[in-house]
Design a protein around this ligand. Structure first.
Ligand code: PEP
Length: 248
């Protein structure tokens, strides 16, 4: 049985006081949820506060990115060592916004994953096709390339894969449960080809306009193990409903 993994990606939203406010209304509502990994990825400026406020809770802290060096002259960057030091358990790596706006290549993604794992931080590896790629029938090719290159010379330990079709991120256009299931099944099969029975163990979560209204139909899919949620994770009430998805 794969344990559901529901993660909030706040992107460049919320100040420290906004973070505190969210946490104080969120925690009491989810404190009894024991069968889901609940994850929040605030911006770097809120990480320490979030880590402190969530220390004895059932909520895990993640970063939205991480650099691939441990320390040194890399102005503006944050290392896995620094994340591990404050109790950050995961880093989102290879989000399409980073690939698109910051020119992150599969090679950089791979270096970040390896560094995170070395530093004791798990990786939420984001992969997914653009609309043009989908329409050209290249979805599986893109997924294969991003898995193979992203996980080059590493293993699946402490890796969660987020399937995030770029056309569904922040657009209000969610993949249908059938589209999500098809892509997730393909990803699992590909992991199976590369890592044997790990294909059955790796958690594959869906991201792209997940809301309280569509989470239940996505979580019903056999190979959907959770969600990476952007916009709908910014309001505590809405993220609570997503975390408490209906188990049919
Ligand atoms: C995301 O940021 O990973 C994401 C899926 O955003 P949204 O839920 O807003 O589409």
């Amino acid at each position: 049985m794969r344990r559901p993994f529901i993660a909030a990606n706040w992107k460049m939203n919320k100040t420290v006081s906004g973070t505190r406010e969210f946490i104080s209304s969120f925690i009491p509502e989810v404190k009894d949820v024991t069968d889901v990994d609940i994850v929040i990825a605030p911006p770097f400026t809120s990480l320490v506060v979030a880590a402190e406020e969530l220390k004895n809770s059932n909520v895990i802290i993640a970063a939205q990115d991480v650099f691939y060096e441990e320390k040194g002259a890399y102005t503006g960057e944050v290392s896995p060592l620094m994340l591990a030091d404050i109790g950050c358990r995961y880093a989102i790596i290879g989000h399409s916004e980073r690939r698109q706006y910051f020119d992150e290549t599969d090679e950089i993604v791979n270096r970040k994953i390896k560094a995170a794992k070395r530093g004791g931080v798990g990786a939420i590896l984001c992969i997914g096709e653009s609309l043009e790629e989908r329409e050209a029938g290249k979805t599986f090719d893109v997924l294969e390339r991003e898995i193979d290159k992203g996980l080059f010379e590493t293993d699946t330990g402490d890796i969660v894969i987020a399937y995030e079709p770029i056309w569904a991120i922040g657009t209000g256009k969610t993949a249908t449960p059938e589209q999500a299931q098809e892509a997730h099944a393909y990803i699992r099969e590909r992991i199976g080809v590369k890592y044997g029975n790990k294909g059955d163990e790796v958690r594959i979560i869906y991201g792209g306009s997940v809301t309280p209204e569509n989470i239940d139909s996505l979580m019903v899919c056999k190979d959907v193990d959770g969600a990476l949620v952007g916009g709908a994770s910014l309001k505590a009430e809405s993220f609570v409903r997503i975390v408490k998805f209906n188990r049919f």
